[in-house]
Design a protein around this ligand. Sequence first.
Ligand code: ADP
Length: 425
Amino acid sequence: MTHDAYRIEILREQYEDSFESAQEHRSEGRKQAAARAYADAAETLAKLDEASDSDRAHQVQRLERAAEILERGEDLEDHFKRNQEPAGGSGPSAGGGGPPPGGGDEDGEEMRAQMESFIAETSTTWQDIGGLDDVQHDMKRAVALGSIADKPDAVTGTERILLFGPPGTGKTLLASAVAGSLDATFFKIELGNLLSKWYGESSKQISALFETAAELSPSVVFVDEVDSLAGSRDGDMNETSRRVLDTLLAELDGVEKGSDDFVLTLAATNTPWHLDSAIRSRFPKRIHVPLPDVDAATEIIRIHTVHGGVGFDGHPSAFVDDPQQARGADTPERAIAKRCVDHGYTGRDMEALCSAAVNNMVTRNNPDLARLVDDSVKRLRSHSLEVGRIQPQDVAHAFATTSPSLPEEDVARFYDWDDEYGSRT
Ligand code: ADP
């Protein structure tokens, strides 16, 4: 490690220590000690900024303001509650004293436009999710607690949740459903993408993103591929990633949040074992989103067939490849679900399977479909498609052309990580 990298590492550790002790003093009502620790954290963060050539001035300001308020013997939450009431209505952003993004100048406008591109439309509801009942329950509970403003100090909500599990198991779907159910502004970023596309600018983007999210509260910020910031502790991380990591940590620590702001940060990873430990510690709630069991798989299959207007035709036993799978299966969906679970299919694999089966049914019922294009594309608009039911041969063919995407040995790794770091309610 070079001298500079070493100094940055030490400063980062000092910042972490001061911040954590500030939070602890504050939660235990020791205002003066908390004020001193916030002031230390501000000073260290300013030094860290200088050493790593990054710009977290607004976070330094937040920490300094928190220190001042506590030093006067005031309570941070009370202070913001009071200051939100006067005219203006929207209240301070998570940046508090910092300027809101897009404060009129051109750079700001550009940044604002960029932020808006992170806003995703979502009409997803909980009904679009098959299974994952425990996960849904945990998330709804966390959201409910986080959203209720009027609660004793000792009752704290979780505003940061980490979802981990194999790819294609519904993590993005869950985040969309949370945002949809709260009617919240939904920000979606893929960290890997952000890092490669906005090289050098990424950390500014992260700060602006969180400020905008607070402005447009209630918001859900979904940070996908949070493991892209791996390896920081080994010193093999490049400067951009390091800066982004620092900024993300600082934003997650945002102390000076208006009491009316509700920003739920959901992060997702397919490789939790690569997570930076500082990131891991910022997400006290870590929820395993596993491969579907038979009940969940049955629902997922229904969502992608029956709920879309296409049912099945045939005895359940005709849809399996092993007679064992037909035992206790009272519907074709359940028989197919058992087969999927036996083969380790993810939700996404099942969606692909259903789509292939539906396609096979359509081809079987409309053998002349391609020729119609040659005849007259215009006439196609009024052509009525023959839609039948999915039959065993459609499913057999779909199984032959799709396969599980996850090697079996990887599944155990998620359970091991869950045992060590996952949270239970
Ligand atoms: P992840 O974020 O875990 O990689 P996604 O949420 O993007 O996975 O899921 C990919 C697709 O797979 C979804 O759009 C959906 O069609 C399907 N899918 C995955 N899990 C489920 C589920 N539990 N219920 C319904 N569909 C699912």
